[in-house]
Design a protein around this ligand. Structure first.
Ligand code: FES
Ligand SMILES: [Fe+2]
Length: 362
């Protein structure tokens, strides 16, 4: 018998999401269509697309959505996120990063402006009702926050609402000043479902068990807490005595607290971790029902603090997390396991995530 795809509102009574979410191929496809196709995704670094004419083709969520898109900056200085698929017969238009005056499809020569508007097509003089709007390259909404571009194929919510909890707490830090450090960035492939990786991220309950001797030494477990927002949550890590903490400005909601790290999660798959040295971005990229790529990108504001506090030694912490998540992935397939219960004091994050998952998958 399969249990219903529902998660009780009251955490004290709730059971976790049915375990088939973590391996069933049909539910994985539902997540792709109902969640990822409608999600906001971090699609680029604003510092990389500065000059008019600059074009950067990319694949949105490779291995999951595989949507061919291109970032462009038109001559009026406006940034665009366009479909990179020619409106004639579907060829990829921009094949590589560069600087262009127009976008030209190499198959039959159709041309578009940098904002996606159709410009010219040879041998179409006799075509009727041509060109029309459908001959333009489709344009997606594109937003900036901090050093990042965000876009969505079909947004499930307003971008401003989605990013607001992060902006409200972190704008004082001038996140737009953080600089990408590809040398400190890395991808990891794990044998686990994307949502199981998020579950683990969303609670600090496991810190004293899984991260004893690493993160557990930096954070005060008793004071660790989670705040839930409509489209995400933040975990606030308070520094142990003697460990470094943020110097928060007066008027900040956390002024007076010794904060070692902010761990923001934005539904469905983005983690923005703020440490004294800058931002560690984690993008959880589904590849299949039980395979996930974790993309770590570092954006540094103060390199002298890279080795300090909760934001140091991230590689070891990631290895500890991956090992436990892959173990849980083996377990959730069991015929003898379906769902568990939540700690009301320590698992608000996973509970909120499961409620969102159930609302989209149910
Ligand atoms: S497919 Fe692009 S011009 Fe024909
Ligand atoms: Fe962890």
């Amino acid at each position: 018998m399969t249990s219903p795809m529902q998660v009780e509102t009251d955490i004290r009574k709730a059971g976790t999401i049915p375990s088939r979410v973590y391996y069933d191929p049909e539910l994985y496809n539902h997540a792709r269509e109902r969640i990822f196709e409608r999600s906001w995704q971090l699609v680029g670094d604003t510092a990389q697309l500065k000059a008019p004419g600059h074009v950067i083709p990319f694949t949105l969520l490779e291995g999951c959505l595989d949507e061919a898109l291109v970032l462009t900056r038109s001559n009026d200085g406006i940034a665009h996120c366009l479909s990179n698929v020619c409106t004639h017969r579907g060829t990829i238009v921009v094949e590589g990063e560069g600087h262009l005056q127009t976008l030209r499809c190499r198959y039959h020569g159709r041309r578009f402006d940098l904002d996606g508007c159709f410009k010219f097509m040879p041998e179409f003089d006799e075509a009727e009702d041509f060109p029309s709007d459908s001959d333009n390259l489709p344009s997606l909404s594109l937003h900036e926050w901090g050093p990042f571009f965000f876009s969505s194929l079909d947004p499930m919510c307003d971008f401003g609402e989605w990013i607001r909890p992060v902006a409200e707490r972190m704008d004082w830090l001038r996140p737009e000043k953080c600089q990408a450090r590809p040398d400190l960035s890395q991808d990891y492939l794990i044998q686990a479902n994307w949502a199981l990786y998020c579950d683990n991220y969303l609670e600090g309950f496991h810190v004293p068990y899984v991260h004893a001797g690493s993160l557990g030494d930096k954070l005060d477990y008793e004071q660790y807490h989670t705040e839930v927002h409509e489209w995400g949550s933040v975990q606030i890590g308070i520094a142990k005595d003697g460990e470094p903490a943020f110097d928060l400005p007066k008027g900040h909601p956390d002024y007076g607290k010794q904060i070692a790290g902010y761990y923001f999660w934005l539904f469905p798959n983005l983690m923005l971790n703020f440490y004294l040295w800058g931002i560690s971005v984690n993008i959880v990229q589904p590849i299949g029902p039980t395979t996930t790529r974790i993309i770590y990108q570092s954006y540094v504001s103060d390199a002298s603090k890279l080795g300090e506090g909760a934001g140091s030694n991230l590689y070891r912490i990631e290895m500890e997390d991956e090992e436990i998540v892959e173990s849980a992935q083996k377990g959730v397939r069991s015929r003898l396991y379906d769902r568990g219960r939540y700690s009301p004091s320590r698992e608000k994050g996973p509970h909120h995530f499961h409620r969102l998952l159930a609302s989209f998958l149910g």
